[in-house]
Design a protein around this ligand. Structure first.
Ligand SMILES: [Zn+2]
Length: 67
């Protein structure tokens, strides 16, 4: 896990490996950062399917829900 600090070029967004929940529905791209979820076993905010644990490389300030 690499954490980079310091000045970055405007177009360079440092990415961090974040724990996330991924939607288990193959037809849905929903996911959320664990930091922003408060449930032990959350459901997808987009389709209400169950979610499974995973990791993603994300900008530090990224919020949840991507598509
Ligand atoms: Zn979903």
């Amino acid at each position: 896990m690499a954490f980079m600090r310091g000045k970055q070029q405007a177009e360079e967004v440092p990415l961090f490996e974040m724990s996330v929940w991924n939607c288990t529905n193959d037809a849905c791209n929903g996911w959320m950062r664990k930091d922003y979820s408060f449930s032990v076993q959350p459901v997808c905010p987009l389709c209400q399917s169950g979610m499974s644990e995973g990791v993603r490389m994300l900008p530090q300030l990224s919020h949840y829900i991507g598509s």
